[in-house]
Every structure is written in structure tokens, then in C-alpha cells.
Design a protein around this ligand. Structure first.
Ligand code: GLC
Length: 764
């Protein structure tokens, strides 16, 4: 059949509905609703909106009334307290303005929303200076302008530097033009596309999907931070992670018996290399059957007890494929409970993965999610495992593509793999998190996933899959992490040293020193490559590595406070420069695009292992201090700085407050009881929200936390506002460590709960 595209057509009828407006179009239907003053939802479909569904958004009910203003000519005009929506009726085109009548984003005049068969696209006007950031785990430059991306969650071992798609689908981006910002979340889980002005004459950009509705949320906040806030208000935010999961994690595909795991743990302690987690990859299972242990682990409980005694927690991998094998409990129960995805007609689908022939749980069904979640108790949680690593959940099978006609759900909820694939990883992570949380009875689980869809941050951390041991991959990995952070997922990381390949000692050390500034800090490697435990690089390098691991532990108070901010507002921990320096072109330049802020005030400049000096850009007004030697640089300029392996270029903003602790061997160790507050002299007031809780339970949700604002006042003072929450700090004393002052003396104080006003010596 020769197809031509179909246009949405003209507006024929307007009706006001709950929370918004319905428009009947000559070839379809549109609905515009509001979620808050800066969040709109726009749906356009060929059929009227009798059903509604999202894998990402829990509460689909519009919460704010869209105001209907007087029409302008034939244009309909609607508004919220922050945004004005003008709808041209002949043909249907949507333009969104702020209340200063500045155009944020508009449908492209000739195309707008259109279909090609079931494929739906939305074409938007492109502004000459427009930049785009976001889309989560996407390779390439952080400014997506001029490029085309697809979302089709894919097992991508040893992906090329510019490979697309990878493992995840986060159809959310932010546009920046004319000193204005806006965001769009295209909530459609089918295979989707984003073309940011590539291939067209710099006039338009578009996004679309192979099936489903044109269903997007528009965020009109006037800062990148407020757009991230609105996006995560909709799709959810990270819970506070278990503190132990933020320590160093040692992993390798290939550890295959109990003694070996214990020896690894013991060696960390003997060599005084701080670490918290031993990760067990697929070899712990009996023939790769999930929810089992191989006979090489004869005393799992004893092993975990010994680990605990040494201050270690354990994470086990869980893949979705369930081996087809008579008598194997997960298989028999899954079959009996109707928990597997099926071919049309009802036969469970079979794909080949590690265990051979497998069925795959249908995580779209609530009862299957519950069933899956309940499996974690006996083999894992009851033995002391609290961390679960979900892998191969694109879902992956040998030969890559599952047939698209495989069915999920029942009755009116039935969907095909085509609709579900991009959400499968999210649903598996959700089911794992919810089950583990139930099983752990009040303690926090750690969940890590490879595949994801928007909203995964509510359940899981995410890592960037099977990367490669090269400088390029290390650097592009930070762009991935920073983009994932911008796109709502703050708890991210990559395999330190590269999954495939043997890093040189220099590359491994550089990567580790950067890993300090990655929320997930995990050393992982593939079975085909050399062992890579941190003591295997020679004694001189072990000394360097020890200092790096200690640095991570010293920074945990800062990292945990940044997590609290992510939990509260969605603000990522790794912040690409456009978040804070949105209208500074240098923030998007290829030269500086790997740089990022790590929490408030700390700037990290990734640099290849082969480079002993590098060019950095220190953005904004005000000075920056080099971490470690306190050398001062004026902001708003680029510099060539030294970057030896022992001294990654990290800078702290003048006025910065960085809370740190003494080096410890693991997160359960108490250290010296002193909170070190590093203060960097500056001209402007700075407020830092310091946060602690028990690091292990959900009591923080009931007010059992310790939170206080710390104010640096350039006139004379450091003020620790009275603490909020009912948790007692684990620190007894606070030591104020001064940088850039005339007398950089540090002074210790008892940490009291009421407001503490500390006069800084400079002014005494
Ligand atoms: C996949 C994972 C990798 C893991 C391996 C074996 O390739 O991405 O991290 O080690 O499977 O389970």
C-alpha cells in the first residue's frame, strides 16, 4: 500500500472537561490538561480518550484547572498561573508561552501532529540558538542538537562510542533558547524517535513513536532545576539509598565459590582498602537458575555472617529468564501461576539466555510483580542479602530481538512486546524493589538495573552496562551519567575500569579517582579479562588506590546530603554544567562537556589517564579553589591545569561548604566522631543543607532524620541553624576547616542541636 501522512486536521469542537479541555479534530482528538502551574499534558490520538495508562506516572489525574481565556481571532487560549497555551484551530497547532508573552515552544506550522500509519510524530519549531539536553543514557555530545536518537532498549555489549540505542528509554529532554527553558516528556513506551533538527533545514525538530498516542507533558519552568523538579514530581524521585550501597562495591563476573568471595572480603580488610560491598554475578546460582545457590556455596548464611562481621554487605545478580526445567520451583510456580509472557494463543514464550531455554515473567501484571517480589525472601533476604542487581532486562535473549507479537497482560490490558519492551526493565526493577522492601521489613534494599524507562528512580539505581576499558569510554561514561541525572535518575554509575578489556594501571587509577564522584562506585569486569581487585596493580599503585578509596569515604557526608536533595527535588547528584550555567555557551561546548558538579559546589573535570595536564573551564562569577592545594582561580575563564594521576582536577566554588568525615574502612565504622566542615572563603552567602539519617531504614519518612542548614556569611560568620528532625547525628564534634582565609586555622566545637554561630577567625 502506498501511504501518505495524515494530519490531525482542524479543531471542530471544544469541550471543557475535568482539569482541561477536549478538542475534536477533523482526523482525531486532542486533550490539554494541567498538573501544576508549570506542567501541562497534551494528548493527541486518532481515537477519543476512553483509556489512560502510563508505566512512569502513578497519578494520571490532572490536578489543576486549566483556565479558558477569551479566544484571539480563531485561536483558542488557555492558561495556568505560569503558562499560556494558544491553539490555532485551522489547522490544529499548539504554541506555549510564558506570561511575559515569550514563546517557549510551538508546533511547526506545516506539520504539527501527524501520522504515518500507526506511527505518530509531533513537529516543533526550532529556534536558531536552541540547544537540547537530556534523553537519559544516550551517547554523543551533551547538546543533542543536530542529532537523531531512538529508544529501543537493547543489550549492547561493548557498545561503540556513538552507539544508539543503549539499554534505556528516558523520553524527556529540555530545550534552551533565547534565555528561556522548557521541557518535554513524551510518555510513550513504544519504539520512539527524537530528531533535534538533524536532516531538516534547521527549521524544525520532531519526536514520535511507532504506535500509541502523541502523549506528552510540557514543563514551562524558567530554570533547568525547576523543570527537573516538575518532571520528577510527575515520575517520582529516589528514596534515600542504603548508606552501605554508597561505599565501594567490588564485583566481577567469574567469582564462583564461597571461599573466593570471603577471601576477597578479607583481603580488602587486610590491605586496609575501604569497601562495603561484595557483588556476586551469575556464577553463584545453580546452573544460572535465579533464586538458587550453587553447591559451591555450601553455607550461604555462614558466609553472609562472616561478611557482616567484616563490615560487608552483599549484592546478588538476578536475571529475568527463568529456566524451563521440570521440578525447578520458580519455573513450576511461574507456570502454575500464569506468570510468564506468552505467544498469541497462550503458550509461554521461550528465549535462550544464560540458563538455556527460559520463560520470562510478565511484569506488567500486578500479581506477577508480587509473585516475583516474594521470591527474594528465602534464598537471599533470610540469609542476609540486601542488594539485588537486575540484569538482561531489555529484555535480552541470544540473537537479540524477541518476536514483537509476544503478549503481556490479560483481557483489556493485553499488550505486545512492542508496547512493553522499553518498560520491561522498569517493571522488573519495580517488582524487585517492592518485593525486597516487603521482605526486608523496614530496611532499605539496594536495587541496580541495566534497562529502564522514566520513573525507574523510584525503585533502582542504574548502571551503563557493558562498557569498554578505554579513556574514551571512561569520559563518555560521565556524559552518560550526567545525562541520566538530568533525566531524573540520580543514582547512577558505570563499571569502573571498563567491563570489557584490561585497563592499564593508569587508566584504572584515573577511573577510580573519577568514580569517587559517581553515585554508584563499583569495580566490575567481565569473566574473559584479568582479575582487577584493587591490590593487583603493584604496591606503589595500591597506595594511590587506598588514598582514592579513602577520599570517597571522607566525602560521604557530602554525597549523602546530595542524595537528600535528589530525594526532595529530583536535582541530580552529578550535574552537567547547563543545570547551573544554562545560558553560558561554554557549558555545552565539546571541550568542557565532560565536566560536572558533584552535589553543591564541587566541580569535577574528567581527564584521560594519559594526560598530565588539561584544559578546564571554571564557570560563573566568583573564584574557584583547587581541591587539595587551595590554589585560587577566577571564574568565567578557562585554564590549563596539572592533572597527574594522584590529583584529579576538582574545584570548589568560593563560599563553598563541603561536609566530610575521617577515613573509615566501611560505612558501619564510626570514625573519629568529627564532622569536618570545609569552608572556602567567598564574597557571597551560601546555604548548604546538611542531612543524615540512620542510613538503613525508612524511619526518615516519619521525621527520624537530622537536617540543618549551614550558612556561610561572607561578613563574618558560619551559622549552623538548629537541627530539624529527631535523629541524633553520628558526629559529636564539628571541626571548621578554613580555606582561603588569612589564617587558615581549623577549630573544633561540640556539635549541639541548637543554632550554632561560629565567628570566623579572619574577623576576630
Ligand atoms: C551482562 C552484564 C554484566 C554481567 C554479565 C554476566 O553482560 O551487563 O555486567 O557481568 O551479563 O552476568
Amino acid at each position: 500500500m502506498n501511504r501518505i501522512s495524515e494530519q490531525a486536521g482542524n479543531v471542530i469542537k471544544e469541550s471543557i472537561v475535568d482539569g482541561g479541555v477536549d478538542l475534536q479534530l477533523s482526523n482525531g482528538y486532542a486533550r490539554i490538561t494541567a498538573y501544576n502551574a508549570t506542567t501541562l499534558r497534551i494528548r493527541v490520538g486518532k481515537n477519543s480518550f476512553t483509556t489512560d495508562h502510563s508505566f512512569a506516572v502513578d497519578n494520571l489525574r490532572a490536578t489543576v484547572k486549566l483556565q479558558v481565556l477569551k479566544s484571539e481571532g480563531t485561536d483558542k487560549v488557555y492558561a495556568t498561573d505560569s503558562l499560556v497555551v494558544k491553539v490555532a484551530t485551522h489547522p490544529f497547532r499548539v504554541s506555549i508561552y510564558n506570561h511575559n508573552n515569550q514563546l517557549l515552544c510551538a508546533d511547526e506550522a506545516t506539520l504539527g501532529v501527524s501520522w504515518y500509519g500507526d506511527k505518530v510524530s509531533c513537529y516543533k519549531q526550532l529556534h536558531s540558538d536552541e540547544k537540547f539536553i537530556g534523553l537519559g543514557e544516550k551517547t554523543g555530545d551533551i547538546n543533542r542538537r543536530g542529532n537523531f536518537y531512538q529508544n529501543w532498549n537493547t543489550d549492547a555489549p561493548a557498545y561503540a562510542n556513538n552507539a544508539d540505542p543503549l539499554y534505556a528509554t528516558i523520553p524527556f529532554f529540555i530545550g534552551v533558547h533565547d534565555r528561556l527553558t522548557y521541557g518535554i516528556f513524551f510518555d510513550n513506551s513504544n519504539k520512539s524517535y527524537f530528531n533535534f533538527g538533524g536532516g531538516a533545514d534547521e527549521e524544525l525538530f520532531h519526536f514520535g513513536a511507532d504506535d500509541g498516542e502523541m502523549n506528552y507533558y510540557f514543563f514551562g519552568g524558567n530554570t533547568v532545576a525547576s523543570i527537573i523538579n516538575d518532571y520528577t514530581n510527575l515520575t517520582g524521585r529516589t528514596p534515600m539509598p542504603p548508606l552501605w550501597s554508597l561505599g565501594f562495591q567490588q564485583s566481577r563476573w567469574g567469582y564462583d565459590n564461597q571461599e573466593q568471595l570471603l577471601t576477597i572480603a578479607k583481603t580488602f580488610r587486610e590491605k586496609k582498602l575501604p569497601a562495603d560491598v561484595i557483588v556476586s554475578d551469575i556464577n553463584y546460582m545453580d546452573n544460572y537458575k535465579v533464586f538458587t545457590w550453587s553447591s559451591k556455596y555450601p553455607d550461604v548464611k555462614g558466609m553472609l555472617g562472616q561478611m557482616k562481621g567484616m563490615g560487608f554487605d552483599m549484592v546478588t545478580i538476578i536475571d529475568p529468564g527463568i529456566k524451563v526445567e521440570k521440578g525447578y520451583k520458580a519455573y513450576e510456580d511461574g507456570l502454575a501461576g500464569n506468570h510468564f509472557a506468552k505467544y498469541p494463543g497462550g503458550r509461554p514464550y521461550i528465549g535462550h539466555v544464560w540458563p538455556g531455554r527460559c520463560h520470562f515473567p510478565d511484569f506488567t501484571k500486578e500479581e506477577t510483580r508480587k509473585w516475583w517480589g516474594d521470591q527474594f525472601k528465602q534464598p537471599y533476604i533470610d540469609n542476609g542479602v540486601k542488594g539485588f542487581w537486575n540484569d538482561m532486562n531489555e529484555p535480552a535473549a541470544w540473537g537479540r530481538e524477541f518476536p514483537n507479537l509476544i503478549e503481556f497482560g490479560e483481557g483489556k490490558d493485553k499488550k505486545t512486546l512492542y508496547n512493553v519492551k522499553n518498560a520491561y526493565g522498569l517493571l522488573m526493577a519495580r517488582s524487585t524493589y517492592e518485593g525486597a522492601r516487603r521482605g526486608l521489613n523496614g530496611q532499605r534494599p539496594f536495587v541496580l538495573t541495566r534497562a529502564s524507562y522514566s520513573g525507574v528512580q523510584k525503585y533502582s539505581a542504574q548502571w551503563t552496562g557493558d562498557n569498554v576499558s578505554s579513556d574514551d569510554h571512561m569520559l563518555l561514561g560521565f556524559r552518560l551519567l550526567n545525562s541520566m541525572g538530568l533525566s531524573g535518575i540520580p543514582y547512577v554509575g558505570m563499571d569502573i575500569g571498563g567491563f570489557m578489556g584490561n585497563p592499564s594501571p593508569e587508566l584504572f587509577i584515573r577511573w577510580l579517582s573519577l568514580g569517587v564522584y559517581s553515585p554508584l562506585f563499583r569495580n566490575h569486569t567481565c569473566i574473559d579479562y584479568n582479575y582487577r581487585e584493587p591490590w593487583l596493580f603493584g604496591e606503589a599503585n595500591t597506595v594511590k588506590i587506598r588514598a582514592i578509596l579513602e577520599q570517597r569515604y571522607k566525602l560521604l557526608p557530602h554525597l549523602y546530603s546530595a542524595f537528600y536533595q535528589a530525594h526532595q527535588t529530583g536535582m541530580p547528584i552529578n550535574r552537567m554544567l547547563p543545570i547551573d550555567y544554562t545560558f553560558d555557551d561554554n557549558a555545552y561546548s565539546n571541550k568542557y562537556q565532560n565536566q560536572f558538579l558533584f552535589g553543591n559546589g564541587l566541580l569535577v573535570c574528567p581527564v584521560a589517564s594519559t594526560q598530565n595536564s588539561t584544559e578546564v573551564y571554571l564557570p560563573g562569577k566568583g573564584n574557584w579553589y583547587r581541591f587539595g592545594n587551595d590554589k585560587i582561580y577566577a571564574g568565567g575563564s578557562n585554564y590549563f591545569v596539572e592533572s597527574p594521576l594522584e590529583d584529579l582536577p576538582v574545584f570548589i566554588k568560593a563560599g563553598g561548604i563541603i561536609p566530610m568525615q575521617s577515613a573509615v574502612q566501611n560505612t558501619k565504622e564510626r570514625g573519629d566522631g568529627i564532622l569536618y566542615l570545609h569552608i572556602y572563603k567567598g564574597m557571597e552567602q551560601n546555604v548548604y543543607t546538611y542531612y543524615e539519617d540512620d542510613g538503613n531504614t525508612y524511619d526518615y519518612e516519619k521525621g527520624v532524620f537530622y537536617k540543618r542548614d549551614i550558612v556561610y556569611n561572607p561578613q563574618s560568620l558560619l551559622i549552623l541553624k538548629a537541627k530539624e528532625g529527631s535523629f541524633n547525628s553520628k558526629f559529636k564534634k564539628v571541626k571548621v576547616v578554613l580555606h582561603g582565609f588569612k589564617q587558615n586555622t581549623s577549630k573544633e566545637y561540640d556539635l549541639t542541636d541548637g543554632e550554632m554561630v561560629i565567628q570566623l577567625p579572619e574577623y576576630n
